[in-house]
Design a protein around this ligand. Sequence first.
Ligand SMILES: *Cc1c(COP(=O)(O)O)cnc(C)c1O
Length: 377
Amino acid sequence: MINFNVPPFTGKEIEYIREAVDNQKICGDGPFTHKCSEWIEQRTGTAKALLTTSCTHATELAALLLDIKEGDEVILPSYTFVSTADAFVLRGATAVFVDIRPDTMNIDENLIEDAITDRTRAILPVHYAGVGCEMDTIMDIARRHGLAVVEDAAQGIMSTYKGRALGAIGDFGCYSFHETKNYSMGEGGALLIQDERYIERAEIFREKGTDRSKYYRGQIDKYRWQDYGSSYLPSDMNAAYLYAQLEMADEINDIRRARWDQYRELLTPLAEAGRISLPFVPEDCVHNAHMFYIKTKDITERCALIDYLKERDILSVFHYIPLHTAPAGIKYGRFHGEDRYTTAESERLLRLPMYYRLTADEVTYICDQVSSFYESH
Ligand SMILES: *Cc1c(COP(=O)(O)O)cnc(C)c1O
């Protein structure tokens, strides 16, 4: 059976977890947490990276830092994971969805401006499949209208847009280290902060509203309750697991890229014959091979292909049900403009197995089976 996803594991994780245990420092902000934060800061150039318990929580931190309140609006694609919307809806905001571009499945940057009202506070680009949104246009719109930009870069670590790391372009960036992502700690994430003015408050929100982060650094001799807050810091044991992969980030990335390129090459004949569509990566973007997807003719063909592959021991999956069509999306959001591509394209999209330990032979086998499906249909 070829699984759809296998969590990344390099071999050093257990040794590092043991080290965390031996350090007698298994709560948050221990040595491994610091190593992971430093790694992110160095690789992305962000002013500050704070490890969190999830990308969802990183996004919640961003919403808290922006002081999002009842009646505020945020602009985002409907084709995304629930967390992008959740973090802001939780603070009372309305989710204003705009359509995606069919080529990248990212928010259509040309539709954002029309959705802005005097209640709009932030734009939330989601870098689908680790392929960057058109960030120059988005940042320009945000600056002209005085809006914040929070990048949902859950899938975007190690990807770039015009040479800049995804997650380190907007005011805030959110990474995920969930087991389905390129680098994992089981559950976890990070908040990237570009503007240093937000750092102190972010540390306080993350530490239950206290200045304990300063206390740990020896900058003050006791810590106190300073503000509201919550607990967003992961255990150092989880950070130890993650660090084993960050150390090998380039190697993991290279392998994923090789599998992705192989998929693309082997499936190009089907695309050229007009049977399927393949992912598009704009020239300004370098991606991290987070995902390999194809698009079938329609939802019926997609279901048939999923079943066909399953019978041949290959697990493939579809992706997001557009948020504006879901119960909470109807309650907490609205779609601005026409749903030209969101629903139609999401119904065609099929994700093929993609993970660090996927072998080249497995990719060949999968592509053979996809091709044979189209020969028999
Ligand atoms: C995985 C994912 C999230 C959520 O990440 P968690 O770490 O599980 O909270 C949010 N947005 C997108 C686009 C994702 O792919």
